[in-house]
Design a protein around this ligand. Structure first.
Ligand SMILES: NC(=O)c1ccc[n+]([C@@H]2O[C@H](COP(=O)([O-])OP(=O)(O)OC[C@H]3O[C@@H](n4cnc5c(N)ncnc54)[C@H](OP(=O)(O)O)[C@@H]3O)[C@@H](O)[C@H]2O)c1
Length: 163
């Protein structure tokens, strides 16, 4: 499984169930990377999407503990075992962990790669991605050239879990 995230300089990823910032080329990267693939998310992340609708042209798997939760167009799982059974049908490189914070925290250990858009700014945030720079199990193997969006500077970074 591959984690994909946009994080600020403190690994902040969200505030009040919304993103910290929307960067069009990052959203394009996310869309192009995950289209045709499987995306795994928490219930709150699904509900942060426009109209609380699943992402088009992707298999949307949503984790919730609520047995009555059954939104249209979504595969619902109620625990990590159920998730594992469902994703075992797919190639692991086709399954993207797309958040939010609670899901990243619980499942980063099941990922062997993370695509991190690192934004060179600190926002007010209430949700965070695990700090991979401080985790010896992970190493950054690729960093794009500097990208800009108005006054924002960011990089597309690839991390892999060391063997
Ligand atoms: N920057 C980025 O790339 C990025 C990406 C995604 C999300 N985000 C941000 O992250 C924030 C949301 O993160 P969050 O941590 O608050 O919510 P979340 O992880 O999206 O969803 C949390 C919910 O997932 C369900 N859940 C969690 N663990 C589970 C388990 N083991 N088994 C079954 N269900 C489980 C629970 O749903 P129930 O309460 O229904 O049981 C829980 O309330 C938002 O601000 C969003 O914008 C940022």
């Amino acid at each position: 499984m591959i984690a994909i995230v946009a994080a600020d300089a403190n690994w902040g990823i969200g505030l009040r169930n919304d993103l910290l910032v929307r960067i069009p080329s990052d959203q394009k990267f996310f869309r192009e990377t995950t289209t045709g693939k499987v995306v795994v998310m928490g219930r709150k992340t699904l509900e942060s999407f426009p109209g609380k609708k699943p992402l088009p042209n992707r298999v949307n798997i949503v984790l919730t503990r609520n047995k009555d939760y059954a939104p249209e167009g979504v595969e619902v799982v109620h625990d990590i075992d159920e998730l594992n059974k469902l994703i075992s049908a797919y190639d692991k490189d086709d399954v993207y962990l797309i958040g939010g914070a609670s899901i990243y925290k619980q499942l980063i250990g099941m990922c062997d790669k993370a695509l991190v858009t690192k934004i060179d700014k600190v926002y007010e945030a209430d949700t965070y991605f695990p700090n991979l720079d401080a985790d010896e199990a992970w190493e950054m193997i690729e960093e794009s050239d500097e990208q800009t969006y108005f006054d924002l500077i960011y990089h597309f970074c690839t991390y892999i879990k060391k063997n």
